[in-house]
Design a protein around this ligand. Structure first.
Ligand code: AMP
Length: 114
């Protein structure tokens, strides 16, 4: 039985994706179904199923993901306005159970509280 998530398969290059950036701790890809002109997914290589399951030993990874968000926002020149979303749990809309941060920018369709 294959229990790998789609993101694990992407990380292991078993299936193709639009890879923007990669280092030893994470990978950044374009979302296949973008909800904004720029919609990136920042994904740790460690398969943490969801944020609420992260532990103290993941501190470095979690901090790293945040810094990569900042790097990506500058790379794509959206550092003045972007949203970061983490869906945690099925009821919150999580569909892939491998932690990931959504980076959205540019007239996105989200109606976030001001
Ligand atoms: P979530 O609903 O927070 O779990 O987000 C999962 C995201 O993964 C969705 O925005 C999907 O569009 C995206 N997604 C699913 N499969 C792929 C894929 N093969 N390549 C890129 N993004 C994907």
């Amino acid at each position: 039985m294959d229990n790998k998530t789609i993101f694990q398969k992407i990380i292991e290059k078993e299936i193709p994706s639009d890879i923007i950036f990669e280092d030893e701790l994470c990978i950044v890809i374009k979302d296949i179904n973008p909800q904004a002109p720029l919609h990136l997914l920042i994904i740790p290589k460690k398969p943490i199923p969801k944020l609420s399951e992260a532990s103290k030993e993941d501190l470095k990874i979690l901090g790293h993901l945040m810094l990569i968000v900042g790097n990506m926002s500058r790379k794509f020149d959206v550092d003045d306005a972007f949203n970061v979303i983490i869906n945690n749990g099925e009821k919150a809309g999580q569909t892939v159970f491998h932690l990931h941060l959504h980076l959205l920018a540019g007239n996105n369709k989200l109606n976030l509280p001001k």
